[in-house]
Ligand binder design. Structure first.
Ligand SMILES: NC(=O)c1ccc[n+]([C@@H]2O[C@H](COP(=O)([O-])OP(=O)(O)OC[C@H]3O[C@@H](n4cnc5c(N)ncnc54)[C@H](OP(=O)(O)O)[C@@H]3O)[C@@H](O)[C@H]2O)c1
Length: 332
């Protein structure tokens, strides 16, 4: 690839706009194309973000060969379909979280990417945020002793910006897939894969989960507890407690910049890091690095881990009794 890495975006919604803004902060990357199901939306997005190429359908963008990688910024219900569209056209993908609706779809996408030798990555931007990288290094380096508890609260109070489909069952809505995926992914990142997962949930009248408590248990004697709500005015934050200290990370959980490290004996250290743009620029920079180095996945968000996370979300959905109308009888 000569010249900057050319990104194309599928979808023109909220996160697509933020990503377009953030790509300006990424060296060696340019936003070359956008596609929408509505030509007027593609034009408006392209004009607003200075995107040279705009397409009236997703199919026309992937067929044109004008981009090096596609960022899939559509709702999760259609992630699998849109990732396969890109991969089958020979294009690497970065896809918004949750990667798919369930582990079966995730496995299918990963198999397709691997069979074609193409890069694929779940856009779990939190993992690439500098402060989260630092927290992981500290936890892994033993700064708080053996980690024993990760506690996360995830409040998206009623007035928070939540996409409409989150409250619609038939569109793959619910809090678990839309938001609880973040602390579940963080738990994998900081504590490893859980040995067991359970949850209880309360449901909105539309049949989607809008408040829940999740517990993950890890073989080395650690627990993660996650309380999430679309009803309560709670912060979105997390902390990791070890045998010899703790790291309390200030909100927002998705892209934190401040934390307090407490070591044995009460010594306290304030940690602070900056975000590039809204914070999505860090994951975009990782995509550029991987493509330049000829990698087909990122060490920060390995594809097998993405599939394992989807399996845990499937399991949690079984516990709370959340099934989508389009899922086959007998399995997710
Ligand atoms: N990383 C983050 O912080 C973050 C934040 C919010 C959301 N997300 C994730 O990003 C994805 C998109 O969320 P969003 O908040 O940007 O949603 P949104 O504002 O509703 O935008 C989604 C876009 O996808 C396109 N689309 C394609 N098929 C669609 C369908 N069947 N129904 C509705 N829209 C469809 C639409 O664009 P066109 O009509 O122009 O084609 C729409 O504008 C979700 O998976 C969500 O979980 C991530």
């Amino acid at each position: 690839m000569s010249g900057a890495i050319r990104f194309g975006i599928l979808g023109t919604g909220r996160i697509a706009r933020r990503f377009a803004e953030d790509l300006r902060h990424v060296a060696d990357a340019e936003l070359t194309a956008v596609a929408s199901r509505g030509p007027e939306r593609a034009d408006a997005f392209a004009d607003a973000h200075g995107v040279p190429l705009r397409y009236p359908s997703y199919e026309s963008l992937v067929a044109d060969g004008a981009v090096d990688v596609v960022y899939v910024a559509t709702p999760h219900l259609v992630h699998c379909e849109h990732m396969l569209l890109c991969l089958e056209a020979g294009l690497p993908v970065l896809c918004e979280k949750p990667f798919t609706m369930n582990a079966r779809e995730a496995t299918r996408v990963v198999a397709e990417a691997r069979a074609r030798g193409l890069f694929a990555m779940e856009a779990m931007w939190t993992r690439y945020v500098p402060l989260v990288r630092r927290v992981r290094e500290l936890v892994r380096g033993g700064a708080i002793g053996g980690p024993r508890v990760l506690a996360a609260s995830l409040g998206l109070a009623p007035d928070a910006e939540v996409a409409g489909y989150v409250r619609r069952l038939e569109e793959g809505g619910g809090l678990l897939l839309d938001a609880v995926v973040y602390p579940v992914s963080l738990s994998f990142h900081l504590l490893g894969p859980p040995a067991a997962a359970t949850a209880v949930a309360q449901f909105h009248e539309a049949g989607v989960d809008d408040q829940e408590a999740v517990v993950l248990s890890f073989e080395r004697g650690a627990l993660a507890t996650i309380v999430a709500s679309l009803r309560a005015a709670m912060p979105a934050a997390f902390a990791v407690y070890g045998e010899e200290g703790s790291i309390e990370v200030a909100p927002p959980l998705f892209a934190p910049t401040r934390a307090t490290l407490r070591r044995r004996g009460g010594r306290e250290e304030e940690l602070e890091d900056r975000l590039l743009g809204h914070g999505l620029a860090h994951e975009a920079a990782e995509v550029v690095r991987c493509l330049r180095e000829g990698r087909t996945e990122s060490d920060g968000m390995p594809l097998d881990e993405t599939v394992a996370i989807m399996r845990v979300l499937d399991e949690l959905r079984r516990h709370v009794g959340l099934r989508y109308p389009f899922e086959e009888e007998g399995g997710t």
